[in-house]
Design a protein around this ligand. Structure first.
Ligand code: SF4
Length: 427
């Protein structure tokens, strides 16, 4: 046993995601779409950091735990899709709101953007830089799978000015890689990380814990491997089994070995936190251990993007999801409309709850900033919730700010749900 925090009785149901995710957004209506279009006709006066996110929804094959709305590349045509996506991004770029926005980051997300050829990737990046106001010190990040990269692609991306690869590694254990349907083996993945480093690219990896057959020993060696490879950051996700995923069926039928219980999961998290911390990585974002200085600046509060199933859109009080699958998205774009399927407009109560949700990305909530925006202190807006969380030892408060405690860090998603007007059963 490596850690001594008694966290067994805090919540019965651990949450793995905060509220306000795309799954809850209502279907778009002609009125909500018109309000969105009207808003895009206004000037963006916010000084917060912004991200541009082209979205490639395709993957070579489906990982068995994946619940994202991705599609198989073999059933689609990349160039046709890219033309439609650029047309949609072009519609955003012509609005006043976007023309008065400066983007600090271009993030190629999905899906697996690394599935694009080198030429398609660079053409897309150029399109973004030519059609949007991108800050001079912008960062470019490309997400993907190690099996899509080769020497030529890594060299070209580095020469273009890509700063970082975000790689879905999940585990370095070959037996478990096979169980969750990852395509290449650990050795190939490791080699690709080393090659990316040789070209000066930063490497951020996703690791998953509490996978079937993965005990604390296997997880510890995954974390150690990340350190040995000197990755710049690691996003550590507990496996969340979603209904209708392949892994849910396999676990149900007994086709996969069992996974650990809640205590095992917490122990794995604490083990990773301790090891990364001892090696000089700090906790940031919702699941990240990082030594990248940019990871500790203000996160991008607005995300403009487009793509089939894209679900990260955040513009002012609007959050949006794009139509999927790709063939429907392409048709919608061809009709000259923003290809949106779901659109959420935050109320004032939602905006207050969202400011409290900074806790889950490990940022403190600044009390004067909260008061300036909403006319009252967080303790006045959420009196009972804050008293309860403080009593449970999950948050601490001083004159300036509210922040998570060490125990609260483990339960940060549940803590955020406590502030949501749509409070889930987080007890
Ligand atoms: S590569 Fe990523 S997006 Fe694609 S199926 Fe696997 S987990 Fe899902």
């Amino acid at each position: 046993m490596t850690n001594h925090i008694d966290c067994s009785s805090v919540y019965e149901n651990p949450m793995h995601w905060p509220p306000y995710t795309y799954r809850d957004y209502p279907l778009v209506t002609s009125e909500s779409l018109q309000a969105f279009v009207d808003f895009l006709g206004t000037e963006n006066t916010s000084s917060h950091r912004k991200e541009l996110q082209p979205w490639i929804p395709f993957c070579t094959q489906k990982c068995n735990f994946c619940y994202f709305p991705t599609e198989l590349m073999s059933k689609n045509e990349m160039n046709t899709y890219l033309e439609a996506m650029k047309k949609s991004l072009g519609m955003y770029s012509k609005t006043k709101y976007v023309q008065t926005s400066e983007f600090s980051e271009i993030y190629l997300a999905g899906g697996t953007p690394s599935i694009m050829s080198t030429e398609q990737t660079i053409d897309l990046l150029k399109f973004c830089e030519e059609n949007f106001n991108i800050s001079k010190d912008r960062e470019i990040k490309v997400t993907g799978c190690t099996h899509d990269f080769d020497l030529k692609k890594l060299k070209a991306l580095s020469e273009y000015g890509v700063d970082q690869l975000d790689l879905g590694i999940q585990t370095f254990d070959d037996k478990i890689r096979k169980l969750v349907n990852l395509r290449d083996n650990a050795k190939t993945a490791e080699e690709m990380i080393k090659t990316a480093h040789k070209f000066g690219l930063r490497v951020s990896i996703d690791l998953m814990y509490n996978l079937p057959g993965q005990d604390l020993k296997v997880w510890s060696s995954d974390v150690q491997k990340a350190l040995d490879l000197n990755v710049e950051s690691a996003d550590c996700y507990a496996l969340d089994v979603y209904p209708k995923t392949k892994i849910a069926e396999q676990l149900e039928s007994g086709a996969l070995p069992a996974r650990g219980d809640q205590d095992d999961e917490t122990e794995m998290y604490l083990q990773a936190a301790q090891t990364f911390n001892a090696a000089g990585y700090e906790k940031t974002c919702h699941n990240r251990f990082s030594r990248i200085k940019q990871d500790f600046q203000e996160p991008c509060m607005e995300v403009v993007g487009s793509g089939a199933g894209f679900f990260m859109g955040t513009v002012g009080k609007f959050s949006y999801v794009d139509i999927s699958p790709a063939k429907d998205y392409i048709t919608a774009v061809a009709n000259g409309k923003f290809p949106i399927s779901n659109l959420f407009v935050s109320s004032d109560a939602d905006e207050m709850a969202k400011m409290m949700m900074r806790l889950y990305i490990r940022l403190p909530v600044n009390k004067s900033e909260f008061k300036e925006q909403f006319g009252k202190l967080p303790e006045e807006a959420f009196e009972q919730t804050i008293t309860k969380l403080e009593k449970k030892g999950l948050i601490e408060i001083d004159e300036q700010e509210i922040r998570l405690t060490k125990l609260g860090d483990i339960w940060r998603y549940n803590v955020c749900w406590e502030f949501s007007p749509k409070k889930a059963d987080t007890q």
